[in-house]
Every structure is written in C-alpha cells, then in structure tokens.
Ligand binder design. Structure first.
Ligand SMILES: Cc1cc2nc3c(=O)[nH]c(=O)nc-3n(C[C@H](O)[C@H](O)[C@H](O)COP(=O)(O)O)c2cc1C
Length: 182
C-alpha cells in the first residue's frame, strides 16, 4: 500500500503545527487507499546539518542521519505541514530536508501551509527545494490562515468553516494518486 508521511514542520514549543498536522492526519486516515503516518522532526534529534559530505553521496557518518534516512526512505510521498517564518519555511524543516537526498528522489509532495498569511510563500519556497530533490509536487495546496481558520490565533482549528476540510481531502487525493503512479 502507498505510504504517505505527514511531516510536522515546526519544532517550536507551543507550535500550531502539531494541531494542523493532526487535522490533516485525521482527514487522511479516512482514506483506505494509502497508509499515513505523522512524522515529527522534533523527535528525530537532528542537529544543524553536521555531515561532512553532501547528502547526494549518501555517505553518512552520523547515526541520527541514518535514523532519519531510514524513516524518510520508507515513504512514497509526503505532506509537508509548514509554517510561514519570515516568508519561508522553518529552519528546522529546511534542515531536516537538507540532511537527505536520494531518500526524497522520485517521490511526491503535497503541502499544508499555515501562518498569518496562510504560509503561501513557505510552500512556494518548498516547491523550489522539491525541484532540486526530484520530488514531484502536487499543484494545489492548503493555506490555513491563523486569522480565518483558527480560534484565538493559537487555539484550536475552527471546524465550522468547512473550506479547509474540503481542501485537504482534495490535496491528499492528488498526493495518493500521483504517488501510486510514480
Ligand atoms: C520566526 C517567525 C517568523 C514568522 N514570520 C511570519 C511571516 O513572515 N508571515 C506570516 O504570515 N506569519 C509569520 N509568523 C507567524 C507564524 O506563521 C505563526 O506564528 C505560526 O503559528 C508559526 O508556526 P508554529 O506555531 O507551528 O511554530 C512567524 C512566526 C515566527 C515564530
């Protein structure tokens, strides 16, 4: 069965990213054509990139890199749940992506961006990265606004709007179908 990782792109204490990733995961779990797993980079104990050789060579010397490599290699596709930090993705997510190369190659990626302005530029930023990693990105994306879709900016997601729910289902479908075809 197709395996999709939903990657929490924020490690900040009190982060909104976990709420959003769990929301994506709950929607994803309703599907029976793929298996989904939440991946929290905060639990992967990755320091700032500390491998002597570029990841393209796969000559890792650190055990944390091998652990991360095995985890990421096991999936067919990824949904990156990314905050907007200064109009880019988070340093933590970019660092986690940079650790590896071949593990990402020829896979699929979908995106759920969030922030004051929906994380749109963070997702754009990630699409550039995906091109370099030979990852095919899903055209549509979720953009979750802390103004519109959240209650009290950092409380719970507002389920009343409906818009996000419909959106994420659509993105996931593309991600699963395209992973199956890749
Ligand atoms: C370092 C930092 C930079 C931010 N920059 C932006 C920004 O450029 N645009 C925006 O709309 N929101 C910005 N925000 C707001 C975040 O998108 C918002 O706080 C979001 O909840 C952060 O994700 P997190 O809670 O999972 O860490 C920024 C927040 C932080 C912590």
């Amino acid at each position: 069965m197709i395996k999709i990782a939903i990657i929490i792109g924020s490690t900040r204490p009190g982060r909104n990213g976990e709420t959003i990733a769990r929301w994506v995961y709950e929607i994803a779990k309703q599907r029976n054509d793929a298996a989904f797993e939440l991946i929290d980079i905060a639990n992967s104990n990755l320091p700032l990139l500390d491998e002597p050789k570029p990841p393209l060579f796969g000559k890792y010397v650190k055990s944390h890199t091998w652990g991360w490599s095995r985890k990421i290699a096991a999936f067919d596709g990824y949904v990156f749940v990314t905050p907007g930090y200064n109009q880019a993705t988070s340093g933590a997510l970019k660092n986690a992506i940079d650790f590896l190369y071949r593990e990402w190659n020829n896979k699929m990626a979908g995106f759920a961006g969030y922030g004051m302005s929906g994380g749109t530029r963070a997702v754009e930023n990630l699409r550039l990265n995906m091109g370099e990693l030979a990852v095919a990105d899903v055209r549509a994306e979720d953009n979750i606004s802390l103004h519109i879709d959240f209650e009290n900016f950092n409380g719970s997601l507002s389920r009343g709007k409906g818009l996000c729910h419909a959106g994420s289902g659509c993105r996931l479908e593309w991600c699963v179908e395209d992973s199956a075809g890749s």
